[in-house]
Design a protein. Structure first.
Lengths: 152, 152
DNA sequence: TATTGTTATACTCTATAACTATA
DNA sequence: TATAGTTATAGAGTATAACAATA
């Protein structure tokens, strides 16, 4: 292998190029199928992302939510207004700094996140159960590596 | 393993449940990072998806594009209008059925798809090059399995 | 005076309903 | 009469600029 590389410096990059394309396409395709599984069909991805952030990272101020989801504060304000009207989260003024609002999930909001998560995992579990034990091992190892790649 | 299953029928499903969650989160996270790499920052995901469909599956009628992207015909019409005005695709009336329009990429449209693809793969290649050969093998095998799961 | 959130306004993308042209 | 596409119109999500409340 090292020898091959010295004779042809592009051998490794070429292999990685093809592998990257395959992984990119497979990732997009699987993400698309998973995203289609949701508890509330009428909710946008942006709205669901807010509920999921609150579920996994606890209460946020408006500014924190906007930064996490990479939208402007007015835009996040509108999304939060919709979710508040629908009873999926609550706004309360912060006691220590009364400029801030603390945004937290209601039980209903939490239930929506958990039900969507459950449906996505159920769909995927069903698919995994049709694979061989060896194939599942590969995917288990791959998941850890993919997270490392995505979070770097 | 079989013995274990017979003594405890939930052993396999529990393993798959955790594995499914890990794979779901890793897939979403990697897809998000990949999607952020694009050639034209002002183009929406919906617009890019149309160009990519034309690039990979050739010319489409308006109805075919709408069905493939799961939007309504008026909605697709508007997206196609924008892309046509920007010179990224062409509309031509079908010779055999003059109700239909054939929509095809221009050279500029094709270049945008290819440049975005190139950027995403370059980002991913860079990440893969930091992994061990064994880790890349796992991802290569996983990509094939993920496609099988997504396409079933 | 700076920071946090909100309101005003406008543009894009989505939808449904109505319309035009062609088969 | 049915089908393919388009136009009319409205609702949701995004943005920037201006404003209000608090630190």
């Amino acid at each position: 292998m090292l020898n091959n590389l010295m004779q042809n410096p592009s051998a490794l990059p070429q292999t990685i190029t093809g592998e990257a394309s395959e992984l990119r396409m497979a990732t997009f395709r699987l993400a698309r199928r998973l995203r289609a599984q949701r508890a509330v069909d009428t909710m946008s991805d942006g709205q669901f992302a807010v509920l999921a952030a609150l579920r996994h990272h606890g209460p946020h101020t408006l500014g924190e939510l906007a930064e996490r989801e990479r939208v402007t504060a007015p835009s996040m304000n509108r999304t939060v207004n919709c979710l508040e009207e629908e009873g999926r989260l609550t706004r309360t003024v912060d006691d220590k700094d009364r400029r801030k609002v603390n945004i937290a999930l209601t039980d209903e909001g939490r239930a929506i996140v958990e039900e969507t998560t459950r449906r996505r995992d159920a769909w995927l579990e069903d698919a995994l159960s049709a694979l061989t034990a060896k194939e599942r091992d590969v995917l288990r190892d791959a998941a850890a590596i993919m997270r490392k790649v995505a979070d770097r």
